[in-house]
Ligand binder design. Structure first.
Ligand SMILES: Nc1ncnc2c1ncn2[C@@H]1O[C@H](COP(=O)(O)OP(=O)(O)OP(=O)(O)O)[C@@H](O)[C@H]1O
Ligand SMILES: [Mg+2]
Length: 439
C-alpha cells in the first residue's frame, strides 16, 4: 500500500509564485525516500502537503489511500509527522521536555504514557541532559535533534523530515540517520529532503529529484547516480565516490555498477589473481627470490617467511621493517579477512540494555581484547556507555566493520534489536566469517 501518493499536484503561493507544477510522487509503506533539488525547487512546499498543512491548488494527494479533508485532518496529522526545515518554527515550549511532551499530551495519552514516551525519546536521541533547557538557547544542531525527537514521540507511521541533517556535525548526522533507519525497521515510512547527494546515495531506497517545481527524475540511487548528466542538469553535484569511480572506470581499473558506498567501490576495483605488491617485511630477513607469505597484521599487509598467508616471491632482499616488492602473488588478499561477531542487544522496545547481563558482555570483551568494537542502535550504544566500553568504530558501523575485517581485524559489533539480523546478513553477503551472540 502507498503511504503517500500525489497526482498532478500543483501549488501556487498567494503572490502567484507557482512552486509545484504537476508533481507525481509515491512513498510506499516502510520505504526510505530522499528528495533532492536545488534551492527553491519546491521540496519544502511539497512536504507541507504531506500532512495537510497546505491544500493543493490543483491535482490531489492521498495518505494511506484517503484524500486529505477537514474531517480526517487530525488523523492524518497523527499518522504523518513533519519535521520543519527550520527548528525555530517547530520548537515553542520553555523546556525541551515540555516541547517533546506536547504532542503525546495533545493526542490524549495519560500522564504516565506521556512521561514514558518522553523519556524513551530523550534516551534514544541522547539528549537527556538537555531536558531542562530552553530550546531557544540550544545550538543549531541540538535544536534539530530536539525537533526530530518531538515528532518521533508522536509515533507517526510516516516521518517527513525537511533537511534533517543540516547544521549537524558528523556525529549528529550518523546518529540521526541511524535512528531513522531504526524507525524504518520498525515499519515506518521515512521521507527526507537533503542537499547531500552522498547521504542520499548511501541511505535511500528511492530518490526524487525536483527541479523548478517538477519531478525531474525518480528511481533507485543506483539508477539516478549512474546518469552522469542528470544531476548536473538539476544543479547538483555527484557524490565524490561516484566521481572517483568514473575516473577509475575510464582507465579500466574499476568495473560494474556505480558504487553507492566505499565498500561497493572497493568491490568495483578489478583485482587480478596474479599481481605485484609492495609491502613491509615483518620479523625476518628476506633475500631476493625467496618465497614469502603475505599477511594482514594490525590492518597492514606484511611479508614474512611463515607458513600461513598468501604466497608470493620477493623481488629483492630486505631487512625487517623495510619495504619489499613481492611479485607473482597468486590469490586474493581478501582471503585474509578477520572475523565479525555480532552481539545482539534487546531493542529499546524489548527492554533495552536494562535486560542485559553485563558480566557476560565484559567476559566476552576480555576474551576478545584485540577485537575492534562498534555499536549501532540506541540500546547498543547505551549498553556500551554503561559498561564503559570504548568503541573504535563510530561511523557507518556496518560498512566500517566490513572494511576493517577486510584489512584483517577481528570486529565485535553490538547491534540493537532487529538491526542485528541486518548486520549479519550484510556481513555474510560479503563473504566474511560471522558469528552472533544474543544477550
Ligand atoms: N511564502 C511564500 N510566498 C511566495 N513564494 C514562496 C513562499 N515560500 C516559498 N516560495 C517560493 O516557492 C518556490 C519553492 O520554494 P521551497 O521553499 O519549496 O523550495 P526548497 O526546494 O525547499 O528550497 P531550499 O533548498 O532552499 O529549502 C521558490 O521559488 C520560493 O521562492
Ligand atoms: Mg526547503
Amino acid at each position: 500500500m502507498n503511504a503517500i501518493k500525489t497526482t498532478g499536484l500543483e501549488y501556487s503561493y498567494p503572490d502567484r509564485t507557482k512552486a509545484l507544477s504537476g508533481i507525481n510522487f509515491v512513498a510506499k509503506r516502510a520505504e526510505k525516500i530522499a528528495v533532492l533539488g536545488a534551492n527553491g525547487s519546491g521540496k519544502t512546499t511539497l512536504f507541507f502537503h504531506f500532512n495537510g498543512l497546505f491544500e493543493p491548488t490543483g491535482g490531489e494527494i492521498k495518505v494511506f489511500g484517503k484524500k486529505i479533508q477537514g474531517s480526517n485532518i487530525d488523523e492524518i496529522r497523527r499518522r504523518v509527522g513533519l519535521v520543519f526545515q527550520n527548528p525555530d518554527t517547530q520548537l515553542f515550549a520553555h523546556t525541551v521536555y515540555e516541547d517533546i511532551a506536547f504532542g503525546p499530551r495533545n493526542i490524549g495519552l495519560s500522564a504516565d504514557d506521556v512521561r514514558s514516551r518522553v523519556s524513551q525519546v530523550l534516551n534514544r536521541f541522547d539528549i537527556e541532559d538537555l531536558a531542562g533547557k530552553n530550546p531557544a538557547n540550544l545550538s543549531g544542531g541540538q535544536k534539530k535533534r530536539v525537533s526530530i525527537a518531538g515528532v518521533v514521540a508522536m509515533e507517526p507511521d510516516v516521518m517527513v523530515l525537511d533537511e534533517p541533517t543540516s547544521n549537524m556535525d558528523a556525529r549528529g548526522v550518523t546518529d540521526t540517520m541511524e535512528i531513522l533507519d531504526e524507525l524504518n525497521h520498525e515499519g515506518k515510512t521515512i521521507i527526507i529532503s537533503t542537499h547531500d547527494s552522498d547521504l542520499a546515495a548511501s541511505w535511500a531506497d528511492r530518490v526524487y529529484i525536483l527541479n523548478r517545481g517538477r519531478v525531474f527524475r525518480s528511481g533507485t540511487p543506483g539508477h539516478i547516480f549512474a546518469d552522469e548528466k542528470l544531476l548536473l542538469e538539476a544543479g547538483m553535484k555527484h557524490p565524490v565516490l561516484v566521481q572517483t569511480f568514473r575516473e577509475f572506470h575510464a582507465r579500466g581499473i574499476s568495473k560494474g555498477e556505480v558504487p553507492l558506498s566505499v565498500l561497493d567501490f572497493m568491490e568495483s576495483v578489478d583485482s587480478p589473481r596474479v599481481m605485484d605488491i609492495r609491502c613491509a617485511v615483518a620479523g625476518c630477513e628476506i633475500s631476493a627470490g625467496d618465497e614469502v607469505r603475505l599477511r594482514l597484521e594490525d590492518g597492514m599487509l606484511v611479508a614474512n617467511k611463515g607458513t600461513y598467508g598468501v604466497i608470493g616471491k620477493a623481488v629483492f632482499g630486505a631487512n625487517e621493517g623495510e619495504d619489499l616488492a613481492v611479485k607473482d602473488v597468486e590469490a586474493a588478499i581478501d582471503q585474509l579477512s578477520g572475523n565479525i561477531t555480532v552481539i545482539k542487544v534487546p531493542g529499546i522496545t524489548e527492554g533495552g540494555s536494562r535486560a542485559v547481563d553485563t558480566e557476560k558482555v565484559l567476559g566476552f570483551i576480555n576474551e576478545n581484547n584485540k577485537s575492534k568494537i562498534g555499536a549501532m542502535g540506541t540500546s547498543a550504544k547505551v549498553l556500551a556507555n554503561k559498561i564503559g566500553i570504548k568503541c573504535d568504530i563510530e561511523f557507518d558501523v556496518i560498512q566500517s566493520s566490513i572494511l576493517a575485517a577486510l584489512r584483517g581485524f577481528d570486529v565485535t559489533i553490538f547491534a540493537s534489536g532487529r538491526m542485528g539480523e541486518r548486520v549479519i546478513e550484510k556481513v555474510r553477503e560479503k563473504g566474511i566469517n560471522c558469528t552472533s551472540m544474543m544477550l
